[in-house]
Design a protein around this ligand. Sequence first.
Ligand code: F6P
Length: 514
Amino acid sequence: MSNNTAGTRAETEQGAAQSVDWGDAISDGGLVVVSNRQPYSHTYDGDDVTVEVHAGGLTAGLDPVMQAVGGTWVAWGDGDADRQVVDENDCVPAPPDDPNYTLCRVWLDDDEVEDYYYGFSNQVLWPICHSALTNVVEWERYWERYRSVNERFVDAVEDHTDAGDIVWFQDYHFALAPAIARERVDDDTVLMQFWHIPWPSWDTFRGCPHGEAILEGLLGNDLFVFHVPRYRENFLRCVEMAIDDADVDHETGTVRYDGHETQVTEFPMGIEVDKIAERAGSAEADEFWAEFTEDYPVADTVAVGVDRLDYSKGIPERLRALEQFFERNPEWRGELTYVEKGSESRTQIQSYKDIQNRIETAVERVNDRFGTDGWTPVLFFDEYISQKALAGLYRHSDMALISPLRDGMNLVAQEYVAAQIDDDGVLILSDQAGASRLLDAALMVKPQNTGAFADAIERALSMRGAERRARMQHLHEQVAENDLPTWTGLNLRAAMALRDGEGSVREPGLPTGG
Ligand code: F6P
């Protein structure tokens, strides 16, 4: 299909994006975003300082928001040259090429990184929220440092916040910060938080060390937001069960506790649909694909997976499904290549070392079993590729296998859809990802049911063009309706409504569960 169609689609989506006026949504007062990861870090390349862009979902999603709205972004300065470029307030203009907001860095020493980031955040809260209780490891010092680092971030918030501002905490690294900040900032300051990962059921959360303190910390927010209703319901139930004095109204999503009211709701996070379609149709995307297929033995039909190498992503299970598929369908040997683009992650943690070894072993097993001189069934690579190259990989892949065991949303699924500018790819999606609630025209799988997963691969490969296109067009509408500007507008308008005393952000009677 020609790039011309890509252009048409990009224009339509641009129109949708413009209907949300971000600037308007935040009119009186500024925005202060607080996240663990920073969008840009400065590193030494010999004596020169270079800028690295973080491509994780959270930073990639919030950077355009900050570029549109302006304000301050507070984050951990993890680059080795970060201190070199900041001003006397530890801040630097961002984005580096064309600045329109301020990035303010918080410095963490090695012990703090070890206990707050690798420790309590990623060995307690992450596994608990992904219902992986067997991966929970807690040392008391993790908790102590988690608390003190949350306090350090609130110090930075205080330095950069005025009355009437909106402070927007991101994710599970800052479960205690809202209640600490509530004591310190002006009453007119709105405190809100977006939880990018799942919230588990009470039966799982009750295993969380310091669970009650975590809930109390989060109830310092005026507004607390999840991707999907199920996580909101789980959270409200946990509050009800763990905190006797909390008054929970499930219908309005309101919690009253300790003289303060928190509104709890859900706004599914989206992506910049038009940008991804544009990248997918770019010359660089095609060049990447041409080089890739030259360098590697890629078959005519391609399936793709793009993941951080995390145990929640279901990669060994996916490889097992592929193995079953090749076992049952010998005629597809030599005809289908699965390309896994992985990114190393949190490698200091034992459970991450283990999963990365398991993935390597599974790739070798499938390739040893079925591979031939001219064909490698699974091509795994973890080198960095540009965003345009990634869009090219999505576009030229006939199907995507997105099969997390549990995932807050999964923006990769949405990106794959946005990059299908020819409308001919098939999305196979885990029903355990938040994205499954949005993308109902995908072929849904239970990731551990590898037999049915292999059936879904067969179904995708035999699907007629008309059905493929109809499904993809439907998915495309769903991704466009819930794009990043929509998500931003929903969050900021809700915050502004609270700041301006307009009461509830949820209509009573909105659906629960799901
Ligand atoms: O999805 C949760 C999340 O923490 C995101 O915020 C982030 O994009 C991703 O995981 C990467 O994690 P880390 O910052 O630990 O590398």
